[in-house]
Design a protein around this ligand. Structure first.
Ligand SMILES: NC(=O)c1ccc[n+]([C@@H]2O[C@H](COP(=O)([O-])OP(=O)(O)OC[C@H]3O[C@@H](n4cnc5c(N)ncnc54)[C@H](OP(=O)(O)O)[C@@H]3O)[C@@H](O)[C@H]2O)c1
Length: 226
C-alpha cells in the first residue's frame, strides 16, 4: 500500500548536500514537512558519530514519521595503510549512527513510520582499496534486516546507489571524475552513471512503500550483475 507523504514529518540527516539535499527538496515538493540536519550550518545539528547530538535532537523536536540518514565517511586505502580511527569513523557513519538514530527516534515514531539509510554498490563489488567502505555498506544491509524485525511494524530500509552524479564527486579533478564515471558506466548494465532523479525517486517511493521493510533496494543500473 502506498502511504502519502503529504503532511508527513521527515528528518533528513545529511540533508544539506548531495543526495540528502535533493531528497529534502523532492519530499517537500511531495507535501512533506522536511527538517534538515547536518553537522553544521543547519538549524538542527546532528553528527551521527556523537550520540549526544542525536539524543538532544530527538528530545527537543516533535516526533518524525520518517528518519533518513545519508551519512558516510570514506577510508579508501589498501589494507596496509588502514588507520583504526578512520575505520571507526566509517563504521560510525554507516552502522553505529543508524543504530543510534533508531534508538532515539523510534520510540516516538507513529504508526506507518520508517527509517531509510544509505548503503552503496561497493558492499557488493569487492575490490582492493575499498575494504572499509565495502564492509560498512554490506553491514548496513544486514542492519536494516535486523532492525526491521525489532522495530516492526515500523519499517526500516536502505538504498544502495551505484556511482551517482550527486555532486560528491565534484571534489575530484575533472579527469579523475570522468574516468570514474566512464568506468562506472561501462560496468553497469544501463551504460551510464546514476542521476539524482534515479536515486531521489527511488527514495521517495521507498518512504511511502507501506509493505516494504528490511530491504536494501539497489539503484545501480544493474552494476552488481556485470
Ligand atoms: N554518490 C555516489 O556515487 C554514491 C554511491 C554509493 C553510495 N552512496 C551513498 O549515498 C549517500 C549519499 O551520498 P552523496 O553522494 O550525497 O554523498 P555526500 O555528498 O558526501 O553526502 C554525505 C552526507 O553525509 C553527511 N555526513 C557525513 N558524516 C556525517 C556525520 N557524522 N553525521 C551527520 N551527517 C554526516 C554529510 O553532511 P555534512 O554536510 O555534515 O558533511 C553529507 O550531507 C552516502 O551514504 C554514500 O555513501 C553514494
Amino acid at each position: 500500500m502506498k502511504q502519502e507523504l503529504t503532511g508527513k514529518r521527515i528528518l533528513i540527516v545529511g540533508g544539506a548536500r548531495g543526495i540528502g539535499a535533493d531528497l529534502a527538496q523532492r519530499a517537500a515538493k511531495a507535501g512533506a514537512q522536511v527538517t534538515v540536519a547536518a553537522r553544521s550550518g543547519t538549524e538542527v545539528r546532528i553528527d551521527v558519530t556523537d550520540e549526544a547530538t542525536i539524543e538532544r535532537a530527538a528530545a527537543s523536536l516533535d516526533a518524525f514519521d520518517h528518519v533518513v540518514s545519508t551519512a558516510s565517511a570514506h577510508h579508501d586505502v589498501p589494507v596496509a595503510d588502514l588507520e583504526a580511527e578512520r575505520i571507526q569513523a566509517a563504521f560510525a557513519a554507516k552502522v553505529t549512527g543508524p543504530l543510534l538514530l533508531a534508538k532515539h527516534f523510534a520510540p516516538a515514531m507513529p504508526e506507518g513510520g520508517s527509517f531509510l539509510f544509505f548503503s552503496g554498490i561497493v558492499g557488493w563489488r569487492p575490490k582492493p582499496g575499498t575494504v572499509v567502505k565495502g564492509t560498512a555498506n554490506a553491514a548496513l544491509a544486514a542492519l536494516v534486516t535486523h532492525l526491521s524485525v525489532e522495530l516492526a511494524p515500523l519499517r526500516v530500509n536502505a538504498i544502495a546507489p551505484g556511482i551517482t552524479d550527486s555532486g560528491t564527486w565534484d571534489r575530484l579533478p575533472d579527469e579523475r571524475r570522468r574516468a570514474l564515471y566512464d568506468g562506472a558506466a561501462a560496468a553497469s548494465l544501463t551504460g551510464r552513471v546514476g542521476t539524482l532523479d534515479d536515486v531521489g525517486e527511488a527514495a521517495l517511493w521507498l518512504l511511502g512503500a507501506g509493505w516494504v521493510t528490511g530491504e536494501t533496494v539497489h539503484v545501480d543500473g544493474g552494476s552488481r550483475h556485470r
